[in-house]
Ligand binder design. Structure first.
Ligand code: PDD
Length: 404
């Protein structure tokens, strides 16, 4: 269902705060046809205010995550009973409330209740609903991609290699000369977000981003003391189990990134363009080839196997020091798998016995074809399988999935 198919109605006159419990009257109301939403599998967006909305499990049932700010319990109950319901300015209203104020509606029948996507995030010292975050258009992240980010995996509340991720974030900040944040403070915030969003039992990703803050656009740094923009969110995540099991396809892409890829900056346009091309080619990931060498994926690192030896491209300025990669190299050594660090030429790709991509989110995914051509016979190799098994042991018994 496309956003265009969501009917909207325009109010004859704005609702004033004396008429309604809304704090900020708006002209537009999104009216969402419940039947059609039931068949929609993706998140919907209110076409006027562009907030995301999520369908409730059942018509008329309030989502446990749905925020109903500033409402008394009795009003909340009354609203829950009211059916149909429309959404206006992020709040639920019984349709009867607006019926008299709306100039045209298609049908009041079958309108159900939708909920805004509720997520508590951290933004500059506060825990807020995500839709409450207002980042300045002067933010240097927005203007110049002047910031760094990191992604940490939470396995049932356990932040995997959290210290290493936060140290990498600190190195990135230092490299960009962004001062004034002790990244260690983000660990407690990440845990808090896991709790706030009820992700304690889930597999989740924590996304952290820090920018140089907001200041009128100038290539010069803002005056010292300008507050940084610090944003953290945690969301449920499902790993690509199918690809982990059966392998995935990749494409080769010319490496058009800048020369400091070892810093995890938010400037990711060459990465997103390469990944998009991979997806359009039906592949899972794009592998960057630069200076004739295989570097890394658009958002993953790569390792190879040659005659039972794990081959690791050296960590140069063209490669992000991947946390997953360092875990896997340690695991290989612990498994008595020989490890060799050397540059890998693009022409060697199809001579390797195994190719694997690694990342916080994907963990270890075997690459079984590149540009439509199989790596060996297109089977997942034994070294990759051993490393997957060892990795599962490290992340904990809760996450063990049967890949055999
Ligand atoms: N990406 N190389 C690049 C360019 C990456 O963006 C990533 C991670 C990796 C793997 O790093 P790690 O093992 O520390 O996750 C390598 C993250 C997950 C992302 O952009 O979402």
């Amino acid at each position: 269902m496309s956003d265009k198919t969501i009917p909207t109605a325009v109010l004859k006159s704005p609702i004033t705060s004396s008429q309604s419990p809304l704090s900020q009257p708006e002209q537009h109301v999104a009216i969402i046809d419940h039947n059609r939403c039931l068949s929609a599998s993706r998140l919907l967006r209110c076409p006027t205010c562009l907030n995301s909305w999520r369908r409730c499990a059942e018509p008329g049932a309030a989502s446990p995550l749905y925020p109903l700010p500033n409402r008394s319990q009795s009003k909340t109950l009354a609203l829950k009973k009211a059916h149909p319901v429309i959404i206006h300015n992020r709040e639920l209203l019984p349709s009867s409330f607006l019926r008299s104020s709306v100039s045209s509606v298609t049908s009041w029948k079958d309108f159900g209740m939708l909920c805004p996507t509720s997520m508590i995030v951290y933004y500059n010292g506060q825990y807020l609903q995500k839709f409450e975050v207002a980042i300045s258009p002067d933010d240097r992240g927005f203007l110049f991609a002047d910031g760094v980010y990191d992604v940490i995996r939470s396995y049932r509340s356990k932040l995997f290699k959290c210290v290493e991720h936060l140290e990498r974030l600190a190195h990135g900040l230092k490299a960009l000369r962004i001062e004034g944040l002790d990244t260690r403070s983000l660990e407690q915030i990440s845990h808090q977000l896991i709790r706030n969003n009820k992700l304690e039992e889930a597999d989740a990703l924590v996304y952290l981003q820090v920018t140089r803050g907001a200041a009128p656009r100038s290539h010069q740094f803002p005056p010292s003391g300008t507050p940084l923009t610090v944003y953290v969110e945690a969301k449920a995540f499902s790993p690509p189990v199918e690809q982990q099991q059966n392998g995935a396809a990749a494409i080769l892409e010319p490496d058009q990134r800048w020369s400091r890829c070892n810093i995890k900056t938010i400037g990711l346009l060459p990465n997103t363009l390469a990944h998009q091309r991979a997806r359009e080619a039906g592949a899972f990931e794009a592998i960057f080839s630069g200076d004739g060498l295989l570097q890394e994926g658009s958002h993953s690192s790569i390792l190879f196997v040659e005659k039972d030896v794990l081959i690791c491209p050296p960590l140069t300025n063209r490669i992000l020091p991947s946390i997953t990669r360092s875990v896997v190299i340690d695991l290989a050594l612990a498994e008595s798998i020989e490890v060799d660090t050397r540059s890998c030429r693009e022409g060697e790709l199809f001579e390797f016995d195994e190719v694997m991509m690694l990342s916080t989110s994907a963990e270890i995914v075997p690459i079984t074809s590149v540009n439509g051509r199989k790596i060996r016979q297109g089977y997942v190799g034994p070294v990759t399988r051993r490393l997957q098994t060892a990795f599962r042991r490290v992340i904990g018994p809760n996450e063990i999935k049967n890949l055999d």
